[in-house]
Write a new protein. Structure first.
Length: 253
């Protein structure tokens, strides 16, 4: 029987110069899953089909933000807003023959035999799981998160604090409501949630669907995949590398 390995890829917010800690690059949550595919870190079985569920609104907004420097933006400090760096990232995508960030993600998915599906709301994630033919072997996530759930796109409040609109949240509380999906899960594969403070989400996921799941008690840093490390596996590097606030404290349930 066909088994479905679903990876939900959250998106970046628009870059804010007052918040250098988040989303300097549009690739933060896509590249780790790309590298995992290239380096065969999924450890995919012969029965598994890999799906990338991409939260499209975030990448559409970020493309608009990065791909053009407006007259107002050109008058701003480039060192503060990183306009030229972000524009270069957009141009690198078009040089690869892609129209925009989403088109680039589709290119990569196709090159690795991965099924691409764009979604525009958290409810579409649940609907996709429900409608899949065959069983679900595991679910992974890569993106922003908080103790309340998965933040599929980021924005900022008036204090330049990173937050998410409720319409972009896959809430922790929504898991138990979907307990009818339990019958679709099979096997002993581990669901993993790569994001800050995802341990509570992983614990509830494991409890509701009777599967193995993992997540971080504290913050994780996706930037570690670009820095020298003694940990070769980039996913394990995210799980284990301390951040400015301490160890991620990766937990298994």
């Amino acid at each position: 029987m066909n088994e479905n390995f679903v990876i939900l890829i959250g998106g970046p917010g628009r870059f804010m110069g007052c918040d250098k800690a988040h989303d300097q690059s549009w690739t933060n949550y896509f590249v780790p899953m790309q590298l995992a595919a290239i380096r065969k870190l999924y450890k995919k079985t012969a029965k598994e089909t890999v799906h990338w569920l991409v939260y499209e609104p975030a990448y559409i907004d970020r493309w608009v933000d990065d791909s053009t420097i407006t007259s107002i933006e050109s008058a701003q400090s480039d060192g503060y807003w990183l306009h030229s760096i972000r524009l270069k990232a957009a141009k690198n995508v078009t040089k690869k023959g892609a129209k925009n960030y989403l088109d680039r993600i589709k290119q990569v998915a196709n090159s690795h035999g991965i099924t691409y599906k764009g979604i525009s709301s958290p409810n579409e994630f649940w609907a996709y799981l429900s409608g899949l033919p065959g069983n679900i072997s595991r679910v992974w996530y890569s993106g922003h998160a908080s103790s309340n759930g998965l933040m599929l796109s980021l924005t900022h409040n008036s204090y330049c604090e990173a937050v998410a609109n409720s319409s972009d949240m896959l809430y922790f509380a929504s898991i138990s409501v979907r307990k009818s999906l339990k019958s679709k899960f099979s096997g002993n594969a581990v669901s993993k949630f790569y994001g800050c403070y995802t341990s509570k989400f992983a614990e509830e996921w494991a409890k509701t669907f009777s599967v193995k799941a993992e997540g971080a008690v504290n913050k994780v840093d996706f930037g570690v995949i670009d820095r020298p490390s003694s940990i070769a596996n980039v996913l394990e590097r995210i799980e284990q590398t301390p951040t400015s606030t301490g160890k991620p404290d990766w937990r298994a349930y």
